[in-house]
Design a protein around this ligand. Structure first.
Ligand code: ACO
Length: 327
């Protein structure tokens, strides 16, 4: 039996770079504070007139090409995102339209915080394993800059915009998904939130005046939960695959913050040289962070076919999860 796996990967980020220096002119912060606390040096942000969906389309085109396919070969689309193009109908129809898929395929958006890409990859892999669909496109698309309070130094330094995409299809030679683990803890839902704009607090003068449309975060709580939960889910996933950390060639963690990533590696006693990191250049791009990191590591030759790769993430909800793949 051929396992489902990632057969093509791609990414796209906005051209506009926002450096720590530039940010320190907007809020009371400094390059030194941001670099030492987060490892972030710059992030990419969409301009006010740029349409986020084009990022998803560009990433998807690259992933489809890398898989040796054409858009018309895609059988289903899952867009992992936290803040979609429109509340209704989400982001997927706009990505589908931009790809000119030329046939009707099922698509849907999936909300699972920053773990969205791992969740969507698992759903896609199960769809392929069930032989319901052959080529499932997963897009992680995020434009959190549109929901950041640019006056709140505690959050505005942390996030960036971007998209990543993967084509999940049956893979040859024992490659593909070896194990996956999804989990969530609802008691921690308030660690990371945008309170208004949904059905509980629809947009009103009160929600706008009360800054309720912005992302807010309990930084310390996020930090502790992120490290322990990513460790737990990664270990569980490796055990399921019958592997140990010594078998792993690369861990590609959600790029939230350099200190979270190094704390995870330390707790797992895993060498940092085998952890893919690009948070310094893109900050936290939420559902896009893992596919962007994977795309770069494949492009520069670090990730090679046959290697054992772990992706692991943590996000709002709170959700967490991991996947072990033979690339
Ligand atoms: N620049 C300068 N000073 C700042 C900034 C800033 N950008 N932000 C906060 N401070 C100040 C605070 O006001 C505080 O000042 P005070 O002591 O006078 O009150 C001081 O720095 C320390 O603040 P802390 O919040 O204790 O700083 P900490 O060392 O915990 O670092 C951080 C904050 C980086 C947010 C940390 O808690 C963290 O990494 N949390 C994880 C958050 C994260 O990565 N979230 C991503 C989203 S979640 C996800 O992707 C799954």
């Amino acid at each position: 039996m051929q396992r489902p796996g990632i057969s093509g990967i791609g990414c796209a980020v906005p051209e506009k770079r926002l450096t720590n220096e530039e940010l320190s002119k907007l809020v009371d912060t400094s390059d030194e504070w941001i670099t030492t606390r987060t490892g972030i040096q710059e992030r990419r942000v969409l301009g006010p007139d740029e349409d986020p969906a084009w990022l998803g389309v560009a990433a998807a085109k690259q992933a489809i090409k890398a898989a040796g396919l054409k858009p018309k070969d895609i059988d289903a689309l899952i867009t992992a995102t936290n803040v979609s193009e429109m509340l209704i109908p989400g982001s997927s129809p706009f990505i589908c339209e931009g790809l000119k898929i030329e046939k009707e395929i099922p698509f849907f958006d999936l909300i699972a915080g920053c773990t969205g890409f791992v969740y969507a990859a698992k759903v896609a892999a199960d769809m392929v394993a069930a032989e319901s669909y052959e080529n499932v496109l997963v897009v992680g698309l995020e434009a959190l800059s549109r929901f950041i309070n640019w006056k709140d130094r505690a959050t505005c330094v942390l996030f960036g915009d971007g998209a990543g995409a993967a084509v999940i299809r049956p893979m040859p030679d024992g490659r593909g998904v070896l194990a996956s683990s999804l989990a969530a803890d609802s008691s921690k839902w308030d660690l990371l939130r945008i309170e208004a704009g949904g059905i509980k607090h629809p947009a009103s003068h009160k929600t706008v005046d009360g800054d309720m449309h912005y992302l807010v975060m309990e930084g310390g709580g996020v930090f502790k939960s992120a490290v322990t939960m990513m460790e737990v889910t990664t270990e569980k996933c490796l055990a399921q695959a019958g592997l140990t950390k010594e078998d792993v060639d690369w861990i590609v963690p959600h790029q939230a913050n350099m200190r979270i990533i190094t704390a995870l590696a330390k707790r797992m006693d895993f060498p940092m040289e085998k952890v893919i990191v690009n948070v310094d250049r893109y900050a936290n791009t939420s559902t896009a962070s893992i596919p962007i990191a994977l795309t770069e590591a494949v492009a520069d030759g670090r990730i090679q076919p046959g290697q054992v790769i772990v992706i692991t993430a943590f996000g709002a909800g709170v959700t967490y999860g991991a996947m072990v793949l033979r690339w």
